[in-house]
Ligand binder design. Structure first.
Ligand SMILES: Cc1cc2nc3c(=O)[nH]c(=O)nc-3n(C[C@H](O)[C@H](O)[C@H](O)COP(=O)(O)OP(=O)(O)OC[C@H]3O[C@@H](n4cnc5c(N)ncnc54)[C@H](O)[C@@H]3O)c2cc1C
Length: 284
């Protein structure tokens, strides 16, 4: 459990960090909270010669709420998300999801940027970002560019981020109506067997808008357009929830692993999705 030797860099601005990434190419990786990367290095599943720690770069720990637009810096920790009163008012699903990640020790170090940039299908934030229709800002040698969370994930650990780019922040609109993040895990502190993020608004007793996203049920997070379509205009009764759940299940592609066979995962997913929709509706 001891990683191979590496060189540690701690730049104080994003330009210097990008310069180091360019200089060292494939041999370099940025370090955020280290709670995914360092275990990989200790297990010798990743051999990184240059670690570029982002913690001294000003501005990456900011949370800004401008009207209905929320901007979260990449180095904001999961604990910061939980503690922020403004976020609890404007996007309470963030706190609900972050509280279900690992345990307090991991959440004090793990960052929202590391969680979404990692591309691990088990990470909770990527699914949540689908539901929120978030936009990721990437800084690169040619400046900044924005990528929609729904376009970011290509396959497990493969994303639209180029090797010489750094994710600097995440942007999304304040949420309205009801919300729920439901997660099934084997034990406290574990990654999801299945998780679902649901946002619903209500108008005149019917669903006006809906967003349904899922975690660890395919090699990328899944946002189900069909599930939302099944809910919109309905009174979110049992039939509508069943139809939306069926639609969401048609969009997933779980694989067998130490969390269970495919049939079990589909069964768990159905329960988690239905519960998340019902709870979001009860809060709408
Ligand atoms: C025991 C344990 C249980 C856990 N359980 C859960 C769980 O239930 N749910 C969950 O979601 N996560 C879980 N995690 C993971 C944890 O939340 C991680 O901290 C998180 O996924 C990665 O964030 P980090 O800041 O630690 O990133 P790091 O480990 O520092 O980085 C992860 C990867 O992302 C890259 N990266 C990081 N930041 C950036 C950036 N700004 N721009 C570009 N690339 C970047 C790194 O180069 C690296 O490849 C668990 C971790 C542990 C140790």
């Amino acid at each position: 459990m001891i990683p191979a030797a590496f060189e540690y860099h701690r730049p104080s601005d994003i330009e210097a960090a990008l310069g180091l990434l360019q200089t060292h190419g494939d041999e370099a990786r940025v370090l955020a909270g280290g709670h995914s990367l360092i275990p990989m290095m200790k297990l010798r599943m990743a051999a990184i010669e240059h670690l570029i720690d982002l913690r001294d770069i000003a501005g990456l720990r900011d949370i800004r709420i401008d009207g209905t637009t929320i901007r979260i810096g990449a180095m904001v920790t999961q604990a910061d998300l939980i503690a922020h009163d403004g976020l609890a008012r404007t996007a309470p699903i963030l706190r609900e999801a972050a509280l279900q990640i690992a345990d307090p020790q991991v959440r004090y170090m793990g960052t929202v940027g590391g969680n979404v940039a990692n591309g691990d299908p088990g990470n909770d934030m990527p699914g949540l970002m689908q539901a929120l229709d978030a936009v990721f800002t990437l800084a690169g040698p040619d400046g900044d560019r924005d990528v929609a969370a729904r376009d970011f994930y290509e396959s497990a650990y493969m994303t639209a981020r180029e090797d010489d780019e750094i994710l600097t922040g995440i942007r999304f609109d304040a949420t309205a109506g009801g919300y729920a993040y439901e997660k099934q895990k084997r034990k406290i502190g574990d990654y999801a067997t299945a998780a679902a993020a649901v946002l619903i608004t209500r108008e005149g007793g019917c669903v006006a808008t809906a967003s349904v996203a899922m975690t660890n049920l395919a090699d990328t997070p899944i946002w189900s357009h069909a599930a939302a379509e099944a809910l919109i205009g309905s009174s979110c009764d049992a039939d509508a929830i069943r139809a939306a759940t069926t639609a969401a299940l048609a969009d997933i592609d779980p694989t067998e692993d130490n969390r269970g066979p495919v049939e079990f995962k589909r069964h768990v997913a159905g329960i988690i999705i239905s519960r998340a929709i019902a709870r979001a509706w009860s809060r709408a």
